[in-house]
Design a protein around this ligand. Sequence first.
Ligand code: ATP
Ligand code: LTN
Length: 477
Amino acid sequence: MTATVIVTGIAGVTGTATVTVTETAIVTGTATAAEIVIVTETATVTAHRNVKAVHAITIPALNPALMQDLSAMPDADATISNSQISKALSFQLTKGKGNAKLFFDTSPVLLRMIVDSMEKRRKKRTGRNFIRPGQRMPGNGGKMLDGNKVLFSGMQSTGNLTLGNYLGALKNWVTLCDEYMCFYSVVDLHSITVRQDPAELRKRARNLLTLYIAAGIDPEKSCLYYQSHVSGHAELSWILNCFTYMGELNRMTQFKDKSAKHADNINAGLFTYPVLMAADILLYQSDVVPVGKDQLQHLEITRDIAQRFNGIYGDVFTIPEPYIGKAGAKIMSLQDPAKKMSKSDENPNASIYLMDDPDTIIRKFKRAVTDSEACVRYSDTQPGIMNLIDIYSACTGRSVQDIEKEFEGKGYGDFKMAVGEAVVSVLRPLQERFSDLSGNKDYIDKIIKDNAEKANYYALKTLRKVQKKVGFPERIR
Ligand code: ATP
Ligand code: LTN
């Protein structure tokens, strides 16, 4: 039996693939253009060498019941999921007959929805899973990340997020989503470099992921996931450890600060923290990494490690660039403007937490340390006022000159009040969205599950390549 499948992919990836279903079906025809193979009948399908990728999930296109599922989807589009293959791959498939025309879109989440609904039906009917474990892979048209530039960033779930985290990082993350294929991780592996309460860590990690969404990141477009759900981070980190020098790590200021702060627990993880961070970034072949200024040194070491590795093994890693936002790159403590605002600061008045209520926010700004110059001016001699101007500018989008002009001749009381109110109006919608989302357990669970799969898929691509380069034996399938 022969089934003709019309394949429409992205970016000119179109064509038809004739799928001959025999006991061993060979994909023929214009299959070079095809990114996907759809077959029916219980058969073993062997992909022809010319087919760049084979659908890891086979859609029983010829089964009318399942076609109904597809047409019930909002866009009436089926989506693809393909794994790059360099050699033949086989699947056990389901029964069906006839010809089918399918259109593909690249949204892994839509794909997941389709596949979930197909799986459920299948399971209900047969009591068996349609897709064998390990065969599901969200796809993107076969090309690494659709040819889009990749962005990676992460935050630790070590405390309540501060205004510094928001203005220095999260706010930029949101604006960059349209331009890049983004991976935003809750970097829980990093968090245990200092001692954590397990229940608290778990709760905070979930809150952080929810906050990413509340801040405006679309979890269907960007990949929001827990670092601990993608084992490739730890695996690549080990390999990169072997390409990193003690001397380089010894220079890291964050290590020095944190080991001074946690003198009773200067563990090896704290020391090799930047290598794990390099692994995070390099695993996704990231082009840009939006961070606050405090992370620049870690970005530098990431680039050094990547260049060293590429120097030995060829072009394996993309060399990432840091992205530092114009405003809010370094928000300082409200109690000590020489120190950065930090979520692990012991003094709660030093930081504005994203979940602080309006009264608390205003009170903290009223208490903010300033100086006795009584003049709202952006000057190195007035670090406290400089910091407040930075915050006001980042929250209102206004320039420093404008702000100095607005408060000319006015006292610090008025200025602090205005800053407090600007912050309240930025945080209020965020808090409201956070509270709505937190109540929606199923939705958040689904995001966590889908995105971990997606992240794993891309992570594995790089990891396998690296493992091969360093000389690990190939897996036998
Ligand atoms: P911790 O106190 O646990 O070390 P932290 O508050 O310094 O945490 P991180 O999780 O290390 O926050 O950082 C998350 C992101 O927020 C990073 O990109 C970091 O550069 C940015 N960031 C942290 N603090 C500030 C700040 N005060 N100003 C601007 N950006 C910041
Ligand atoms: N070290 C960062 C968090 C972090 C990160 C990353 C940021 C871990 N991995 C990769 C950017 C890219 C921090 O403490 N802020």
